[in-house]
Design a protein. Structure first.
Length: 280
């Protein structure tokens, strides 16, 4: 089973996406739904996907779960819940009782947008992360490179909680810089409870002139640090359309992993996501 572990949808009339107001995002300032992705996924031999939250809004997560319940492409949902809320356990329970609740596989917060680089160290946030673990859910880390030290501390403080690093923590590919990102990524990878998504790379490169060679040092750093059994492919569709088509993103990931043994590529393109998120 080939799994795309990171995709999004949105409908502008239903829920405003103010983050799309930036001029450089004009190309994706329109509706995107599962029907738009389905033929592209089939052409790339992707059989299932993980739908990931876009907004810090529980109502969006409810809608995503209900959508997953009726869409055969979506195997799981990484939703949003307020980590800082004392009532987070009740929120997660309520989400699981609603339509598609059994497809809730993880929780994510847009940590990259937090001004405090140590946001993950806050006591209320740590309490929320423990609640995620007690609910037997993964936590997706969406961080920038300067936030990795705080992420490392959080991961070490919660060794029983599975974490998934999104987009390799957005390395500075366009500038061609590896450090200090690479050293921090390797330190994070030493913690066995962390997985990593090979995703979001094309939009961190030069969107108009990127090549697979530009992405290779970052992909190889991650593959070496985590190993194929803790790496999972994600397209980051439709955000990836700012720099590449869905087919180009899949092809780039296949080229970046072509040196792996067949069973290792199977982990990257499905096995890791299935184990991490509990996808049957």
């Amino acid at each position: 089973m080939r799994i795309d572990a990171h995709q999004h949808v949105w409908e502008l009339a239903r829920r405003p996406q103010t983050w799309l107001d930036a001029p450089e995002l004009t190309a994706i300032r329109r509706d995107f739904g599962p029907a738009d992705l389905a033929p592209r996924a089939r052409a790339a031999r992707i059989e299932r996907t993980v739908l990931v939250q876009v907004l810090p809004d529980v109502a969006e997560t409810r809608e995503f779960l209900a959508l997953a319940a009726v869409d055969p492409l979506i195997a799981g949902v990484v939703g949003w819940a307020d980590l800082t809320s004392p009532g987070m356990a009740d929120t997660l329970a309520e989400l699981r009782e609603g339509p598609g609740g059994d497809l809730l596989v993880g929780v994510r917060h847009l940590v990259q947008g937090e001004a405090d680089p140590d946001w993950l160290a806050r006591p209320d946030v740590r309490r929320g992360l423990r609640t995620v673990g007690e609910a037997a859910l993964c936590y997706d880390l969406l961080t920038l490179p300067h936030q990795l030290p705080s992420a490392i501390e959080a991961v070490r403080a919660l060794p029983e909680q599975p974490f998934v690093l999104d987009h390799l923590s957005k390395p500075p590919i366009a500038r061609g810089e590896l450090e200090p990102w690479a050293g921090r990524l390797r330190e994070l990878a030493r913690e066995p409870n962390v997985f990593c998504k090979l995703s979001g790379l094309v939009t961190e490169a030069d969107p108009d002139a990127w090549t697979v060679a530009d992405l290779r040092p970052y992909a190889e750093t991650a593959l070496d640090a985590f190993g194929p059994d803790r790496i999972m492919f994600g397209s980051d569709w439709p955000v990836c359309l700012l720099a590449a088509t869905y087919e180009q993103v899949v092809n780039a990931a296949e080229e970046l992993t072509a040196h792996l043994a067949p069973h290792e590529r199977e982990q990257v393109f499905g096995g890791t996501a299935a184990r991490c998120y509990g996808i049957a």
